[in-house]
Design a protein around this ligand. Structure first.
Ligand code: SF4
Ligand code: SF4
Length: 359
């Protein structure tokens, strides 16, 4: 039985974070880090200011790195690679690079430092830090996710694939279920020893990049990342999410997890703005979707992105990230070829100007 600790953490003040993290560590199977190289993988979906709740909060990372050093970690590597990363890794607005510097840790840029892995017969570059580290820790953010309903400690490790290399994976694994199974393979490849989830301020609504920050006041930690993600989904009020459904089918030890501190079933936020709320799949819409699928390789009955031309700045980020080549810029505007779209929502995730909605 693996413990998953959920504890109250009202804000990002040093004392609050310090006592919450220590309590979590005491109540779970936290790995030995003395004399070891530890790779910590926060969520830096894009380099955004902490107030937007897009990234793992730098103050939570700061408190954790302090504890890691106190426990004798020899070397700490911190890194992530945003899906649209084409140049050097930038983590200044989210203030993570500042924290890395403060603790004499190393900020790893996976675009420059990676090694090829083979998964499902495909060659995929992944962070070299995975090879260098004795201990791997996922430090994720409590957020909704347009494709997967929620993003957490397991999906966070998808970021070990550098930048635009992630995008073709969406084309290969087009349904939430097949993508969930792929995420689990990536997670296995990372050999994650432990996971935290920053739910002090989470994100609700159209996550993971365009939602609204919401105070949740919780921190999570466990050697079983699936147990964390299951708790997150329950607290958000989901009956099920694709990742947990897939993981439960193949017995990822979720049913063996115990919650020794707070119990997720007592923490459900009933008015949390979930993905898909208010848009029930009617029998008619499912039938229409199935007929459409029969006639088009790319069609599905999931909603498609909608582009707000008044907000669009023609920055091309969505064009670069779209795995289906359904987007282009013409005369200073984004042009969308709906029939090519596979509803992966990478564009929605990456637009820095909130110019893409999903309806
Ligand atoms: S929709 Fe967003 S990401 Fe795409 S070009 Fe316009 S501003 Fe850039
Ligand atoms: S248009 Fe957006 S949702 Fe559609 S395939 Fe391209 S990135 Fe994915």
């Amino acid at each position: 039985m693996t413990n998953c600790a959920i504890t109250e953490c009202r804000d990002y003040t040093e004392n609050e974070l310090d006592s919450a993290i220590r309590k979590i560590i005491e109540n779970t199977a936290f790995p030995e880090v003395a004399g070891k190289t530890v790779f910590v993988k926060p969520n830096i979906l894009s380099d955004a200011s902490p107030e937007k709740a897009i990234t793992t909060d730098y103050r939570a990372l700061d408190a954790f790195l302090r504890i890691l050093k106190e426990k004798g970690a020899e070397k700490i590597i911190v890194g992530d690679s945003p899906g649209t990363q084409t140049g050097k890794l930038n983590a200044s607005q989210c203030r993570i690079s500042e924290v890395v510097k403060k603790h004499d840790a190393t900020l790893s840029d996976f675009r420059e430092e990676n090694r090829i892995h083979e998964i499902d017969g495909i060659k995929i570059p992944m962070a070299k830090a995975l090879d260098e580290a004795d201990v791997v820790i996922s430090f994720a953010k409590f957020k909704t996710h347009q494709l997967m309903s929620a993003t957490g400690a397991v999906k966070n490790m998808f970021g070990t694939i550098p930048g635009l290399n992630k995008s073709p994976m969406h084309f290969r694994y087009r349904t939430p279920e097949s993508f969930a199974a792929f995420l689990m393979k990536i997670f296995d490849e990372c050999h994650v020893d432990y996971a935290f989830l920053d739910g002090v301020i989470g994100m609700e609504g159209p996550g993971p990049g365009s939602g609204t920050p919401r105070h949740v006041g919780l921190l999570f930690g466990s050697a079983n990342a699936y147990a964390i993600d299951k708790a997150e989904a329950m607290i958000m009020g989901y009956k099920s999410v694709p990742l947990i459904e897939t993981a439960e089918k193949i017995q990822r030890g979720i049913s063996d997890a115990a919650y020794p501190l707070l119990k997720p079933e007592n923490l459900v936020i009933s008015d949390y703005k979930r993905i898909g709320d208010g848009k029930k799949n009617t029998f008619r819409s499912l039938i229409i979707g199935t007929i459409k699928n029969a006639f088009s390789k790319n069609s599905n009955n999931r909603p498609k992105p909608v582009f707000d031309i008044d907000k669009c700045k023609a920055c091309s980020r969505c064009v670069n990230v779209c795995p289906a080549k359904a987007l282009r810029i013409e005369n200073g505007h984004v042009v969308f070829e709906k029939r090519k779209c596979i509803s992966c929502y990478c564009c929605h995730e990456m637009c820095p100007f909130d110019a893409i909605n999903v309806n």
